[in-house]
Every structure is written in structure tokens, then in C-alpha cells.
Write a protein that binds this ligand. Structure first.
Ligand SMILES: Nc1nc2c(ncn2[C@@H]2O[C@H](COP(=O)(O)OP(=O)(O)O)[C@@H](O)[C@H]2O)c(=O)[nH]1
Ligand SMILES: [Mg+2]
Length: 217
């Protein structure tokens, strides 16, 4: 059961996060950097999408940076570096989400003078990241067909806190017996018919250009 002290502590944490998120936003704007926070489930394809986008944006002449947010390890960081992205690793320890303070520290470890776009991979989780804006221009949520057809119904908050929603791995929808139209319908209903989920297959390079265009990159 929540007590008054729990509630005010949570309020303080969120208020402090908002303040730092604002500072991150201002710092990124000072350097004319467009930034995206990729939230979403574990294994939905966040790193794959960042790597693919990184390659495409670099081909357009943009200088791409990334922050790999993970509880532990350097796996995603290594994948980003290998793709030629100027990446920074950000391990959260026990935290299930990135917060504005972690991004603040990461930004001070990066060369912002040499960056046009910053792609941030949040910790794989459809709950906690929603409450912690990082100060990016765009918040995106990435799910995939392999998680079943009920993710939007089970986790409406994160979709409501995002500007763009991506449904990945449509290449294997039949194999996992999931109908993408059901997920698309749930998302459309949740957003009052104002938005459509963006279907893609990072693996087959389907729909990634559309995501880049939607982000105005
Ligand atoms: N079939 C298929 N597999 C994909 C696709 N995108 C990513 N994957 C695979 O899904 C797994 C998890 O991807 P990853 O990018 O690490 O997910 P993350 O945990 O969200 O960063 C990897 O084995 C990827 O190769 C896709 O569009 N189609
Ligand atoms: Mg990843």
C-alpha cells in the first residue's frame, strides 16, 4: 500500500528528472542535435533499428551518435561501434530504465560538436522508461510481432508517452501466428484514430526509410 511519503518521494524523483531532461534538451539544441529515445521490449529490435538507421543516416551525410542503455555489459555498445556509430555505453546497474541524469553524464562524455543525430537505446522494458523522459526531441517505442498481439492492450502507458510506435519483425508474423492488423487496430483505438503504428522489418529493410522520414531525419 502507498503511504504519503512514498508518493512525495516519487514526485521529487520525477520532478528532478524533468529538470535534468530540460537541461539535456537545451544542451542538445545548443549543438543542433536531433535526438530520439528508443524504448521497447527486450529483443524487439531496438539495437538492430538503431544500427540500420545509423547506416542510412550516415549515407545521407549525417554524423550519428548513440547511447547504448543496458543494465550491464557492452553487447549493444559493441554492435553500434562496429556499425561505425560514435557510441557511448551507459550501464544502469540495477535500474530498469535510463533517466535524465544518466544521459546528462553520457552527453558530457561525448563529442557533441561532431554530432547531428543522437539515437538513444533505452533499457528493454515496456513499463518504467515511460515515466522518465530523457530530454529527446522524439520518444519512440519499438515492439515486435514475436511478443504476441496484446502488447498495446497490456502496456498502453508507454504508447501514450511516445510520439512514434514501431511494430518490428513483420517478416515473421505468420511464423509466430500473430496478425499485425490486431496490434495496429489496438494502437489506432488507443490514440483515438489519430496515429498508425509503423510496421517494419529491420532484417529485410522494410519500413525503415518511412520511420526515418516520420522522424524528420
Ligand atoms: N526476423 C527478424 N528478426 C529481427 C528483426 N529485427 C531484429 N531481429 C532479431 O531479433 C533479435 C533481437 O534484436 P535486438 O536488435 O538485439 O533487440 P533489442 O533487445 O530490442 O535491442 C536479434 O537476433 C535480431 O537479429 C526483424 O526485423 N526480423
Ligand atoms: Mg538492444
Amino acid at each position: 500500500m502507498h503511504k504519503i511519503t512514498d508518493v512525495s518521494m516519487e514526485y521529487d524523483v520525477l520532478r528532478e528528472n524533468s529538470k535534468l531532461a530540460r537541461e539535456n534538451y537545451d544542451l542538445l539544441k545548443e549543438h543542433n542535435i536531433v535526438s530520439v529515445d528508443f524504448m521497447g521490449s527486450i529483443g524487439s529490435g531496438k539495437t538492430s533499428l538503431i544500427v540500420r538507421m545509423g547506416e542510412k543516416l550516415a549515407a545521407k551525410g549525417l554524423r550519428v551518435g548513440a547511447i547504448a542503455g543496458d543494465v550491464t555489459g557492452e553487447d549493444d555498445f559493441g554492435r553500434m561501434k562496429k556499425a561505425g556509430i560514435d557510441a557511448c555505453n551507459c550501464n544502469t546497474g540495477k535500474e530498469c530504465h535510463l533517466d535524465a541524469n544518466m544521459i546528462h553524464k553520457s552527453l558530457h562524455r561525448m563529442d557533441l560538436e561532431k554530432m547531428d543525430v543522437l539515437l538513444i537505446e533505452n533499457v528493454g522494458n515496456l513499463v518504467c522508461p515511460a515515466d522518465f523522459p530523457l530530454g529527446t526531441d522524439i520518444r519512440a517505442v519499438v515492439i515486435s510481432v514475436t511478443e504476441g498481439d496484446d502488447m498495446v492492450r497490456k502496456h498502453p502507458e508507454i504508447f501514450l508517452h511516445s510520439d512514434i510506435a514501431v511494430l518490428n519483425k513483420i517478416d515473421i508474423a505468420d511464423a509466430v501466428d500473430v496478425d499485425p492488423d490486431i496490434i495496429a487496430g489496438d494502437y489506432s483505438k488507443l490514440t483515438g484514430g489519430r496515429r498508425e503504428i509503423m510496421r517494419c522489418s529491420v532484417k529485410k529493410d522494410v519500413g525503415v526509410d518511412e520511420i526515418i522520414a516520420e522522424m524528420g531525419l
